[in-house]
Design a protein around this ligand. Structure first.
Ligand code: HEC
Ligand code: HEC
Ligand code: HEC
Ligand code: HEC
Ligand code: HEC
Ligand code: HEC
Ligand code: HEC
Ligand code: HEC
Length: 254
């Protein structure tokens, strides 16, 4: 037979009291916490109800076609085809329900367009970007670009209109006398749909060799004569020249 001590030791009794009190406090606390704070499912359900109760603010991408068919058609064929009307005009559900009562906002400031079109290296490659300080400042964008069909208003004459940085780099380089078209064949259509029709780029070492090979027989290029000469067989091995020389600013470090 196991013999219990007649009297519990004081230390154990105190521990027991502490334990009982703690359990009671926790139990009461648990009962007092409201259910939504305890159940994630109740929280989800409530959130859905809360969002459902909000009035709809956006009419959707096709709601404007019915009454603004001309603008809708124009936008659909242009560069802004992937933007919905409400991206620019803001939520317009109330307007579609009663056009005379509420009118959507008209984002006519330069700062609006610049949110998407200001230079920013994190934008996708080739996304049309401008420098807002340099690009026709002080005039509203819509003065030259129809926001519903924003093609550039005139076909630019110079390559520098769109390739300003390359043109400015070349202008202070050893290649300043070379035209862009000496090295790139650029169809006129490139200036109208630049991403659709691309100019050529030099493909091989021999291209630069036309002017720079020490035994060149090039006569059509008047600059071939004054170009510094290299031995094509020895110089730069098998690599294409622009792996070492930036063609728009070919500097040689001494
Ligand atoms: C039921 C027909 C109807 C629908 C649908 C509709 N509109 Fe309109 N909208 C009008 C009418 C009518 C006017 C006022 C006539 C006018 O000024 O050309 C107007 C004017 C506007 C204006 C000019 C506001 C101003 O201050 O001059 C904008 C911008 C506009 N609508 C955008 C939208 C957008 C965006 C949608 C789609 C979400 C849309 N509308 C859908 C009928 C409609
Ligand atoms: C890229 C932004 C943008 C998008 C997308 C856009 N708009 Fe506009 N919209 C504008 C701006 C900016 C103006 C003011 C033009 C001005 O000041 O000449 C305007 C003006 C208007 C006007 C009033 C003046 C006018 O030209 O009749 C209507 C109506 C309108 N937009 C409807 C629409 C509809 C409908 C769509 C979708 C099919 C749409 N917009 C898409 C920016 C946009
Ligand atoms: C929500 C972003 C957004 C806003 C706001 C916006 N755009 Fe655009 N824009 C685009 C996209 C996307 C394209 C198409 C890019 C492509 O073709 O790859 C484009 C194309 C263009 C082009 C054609 C450039 C070219 O390739 O020649 C012009 C010009 C232009 N937008 C002007 C404007 C103007 C003016 C406004 C203000 C009324 C404006 N954009 C507002 C997204 C935007
Ligand atoms: C005075 C007329 C004018 C005004 C104002 C203007 N642009 Fe342009 N935009 C042009 C012309 C012309 C081009 C063709 C390239 C060039 O000559 O710069 C162009 C080209 C563009 C391009 C295409 C660039 C590319 O690399 O494909 C975008 C995007 C653009 N503009 C957006 C805007 C925005 C945004 C505004 C307002 C902040 C604006 N433009 C104001 C005339 C204008
Ligand atoms: C209306 C604006 C515009 C004008 C004017 C323009 N370009 Fe371009 N160019 C572009 C755009 C936009 C791209 C595409 C950039 C991208 O996809 O990253 C491009 C790309 C190029 C490329 C690269 C092609 C490739 O395959 O990578 C070359 C080379 C080029 N342009 C040369 C020229 C030359 C030379 C001229 C003048 C005769 C010229 N461009 C005029 C806008 C223009
Ligand atoms: C000496 C010949 C030469 C001249 C002159 C020249 N380019 Fe290029 N360019 C090249 C070569 C080579 C490449 C390819 C570089 C590569 O693939 O890395 C190139 C690439 C490009 C590209 C593609 C993007 C880039 O930076 O690699 C553009 C855009 C371009 N050139 C525009 C121009 C414009 C605009 C001018 C006139 C201002 C010009 N080029 C003058 C040789 C030249
Ligand atoms: C139409 C003739 C011509 C073509 C094609 C040409 N160049 Fe040149 N290049 C020149 C001339 C002229 C100079 C010297 C200009 C001067 O007097 O500083 C030069 C200078 C240079 C220099 C020397 C820079 C220095 O610091 O002395 C290098 C490097 C160079 N080019 C590389 C290239 C490459 C790479 C290509 C091909 C993408 C190329 N060139 C195509 C005419 C040409
Ligand atoms: C592996 C890198 C590399 C390649 C590839 C290369 N170069 Fe060079 N290039 C250099 C270096 C480094 C110098 C400066 C030292 C020297 O003169 O050798 C130079 C110098 C030059 C010079 C100036 C010579 C002088 O006397 O002033 C010209 C012109 C030149 N390169 C043209 C070319 C051409 C054209 C090609 C393609 C056929 C090419 N390079 C390929 C690295 C390269």
């Amino acid at each position: 037979m196991v013999k219990f001590p007649e009297k519990m030791p004081d230390s154990l009794a105190r521990l027991l009291v502490v334990f009982v009190v703690l359990t009671a406090v926790l139990a009461i606390a648990w009962v007092m916490i409201p259910t939504p704070m305890k159940s994630v499912h109740v929280q989800w359900d409530n959130a859905i109800l809360r969002e459902k109760a909000k009035p709809m603010r956006y009419a959707g991408a096709h709601a404007c076609e019915e009454c603004h068919g001309e603008i809708y058609g124009k936008k659909k064929a242009g560069y802004h085809r992937d933007l919905s009307c409400e991206t620019c005009h803001g939520p317009a559900k109330t307007h579609t329900e009663d056009p005379d009562k509420t009118k959507p906002a008209i984002p006519a400031t330069r700062s609006f367009c610049v949110q998407c079109h200001a230079y920013n290296p994190s934008r996708p490659r080739g996304f049309p970007q401008i420098n807002p300080q340099g690009h026709n400042p002080l005039k509203p964008c819509a003065g030259c670009h129809n926001p519903h069909d924003p093609k550039p208003p005139t076909t630019p004459k110079e390559c520098s209109a769109c390739h300003g940085e390359i043109a400015r780099t070349k202008a202070v380089s050893h290649h300043v006398q070379l035209e862009c078209t000496t090295c790139h064949q650029a169809p006129q259509q490139h200036k109208i749909t630049p991403r659709g029709v691309k100019p050529t780029k030099p493909q091989n070492r021999e291209f630069c060799g036309k002017c720079h090979a020490k035994d060149t027989r090039e006569t059509r290029e008047k600059l071939a004569k004054s170009a510094p000469k290299i031995d094509m067989a020895e110089h730069g091995e098998k690599y294409v020249c622009w792996q070492c020389h930036y063609p728009h600013s070919p500097e040689v470090e001494n």
